[in-house]
Design a protein around this ligand. Sequence first.
Ligand code: PEP
Length: 281
Amino acid sequence: GRHAVDDNRISRFEYNGVIFSQDNFHVVAGLCAVDNPQHVEIMMRALQANQQVCTRMGAYKPRTNPYAFQGHGRTCLPYVFELAGKYGIKVIAMEVTHEAHIEEIRQVLKATGYPTGVMLQIGTRNSQNFELLKSVGKQHDFPVLLKRGFGITLEESLNAAEYLASEGNHKVVFGLRGVKTHLGDPHRNLVDFAHVPVVKRLTRMPVCIDPSHSVGSRVRAPDGLLDIQHATAQGIIAGANMVLVDFHPYPEKALVDGPQALLLEELPYFLEEVQIVREAY
Ligand code: PEP
């Protein structure tokens, strides 16, 4: 049998006191890319004020343009982990684009000794980077958020999850983040949250949605709600177990993906809305 499909160990796991499963739910709000300690601290403080224990923080950014900001990488890890610890954040979703990043994260976590942890994220562009998948699969202490590939079949993305599980990492969350089409799209990607129940039917993995990278901007529907809010509600109705979402205290100053970052002052309303949708379905 295939681990990702039928292994009970994947269906529910705990990391740093936080439980991930197909019956559970977490919002993972945070910065697309870490830019400076001030913004990280503002973000973490807001999360704690809203009773959140998970966040997203991009240190190693996979950029389409080689001249674009590539992320602060290892240099930002000490203050990110320190501030996470200070504000009670238990899990930080953080993308790794190279095997070496895993060890950097492990070492800085250990050296700083703050009570926080990292969920290694594999981005859509690396969903068929088989050597990276094997490396992440081989270490069993970190959980993994695997994004689906934007231009491959769902089955191929599920095989990517299988690479992680077959190497012994059973803490895998599967992330939907939209797919590219050749048809042109008003959104950055075609929102694929109708696949949440499909992945839950085919596998044991908890399923995450990323409305920010799916929609790609703060465009509004005629009813005044952001398309990102609508997409989030759709994903929750479909049974999502996790929502990865970009916020920024000053989106116009963000170094990566500012146009899709929600305003930090909107965080309480976003969380309230998520709660309303969850209770309604
Ligand atoms: C991200 O979450 O920061 C990211 C780059 O997402 P994706 O791999 O889905 O584009």
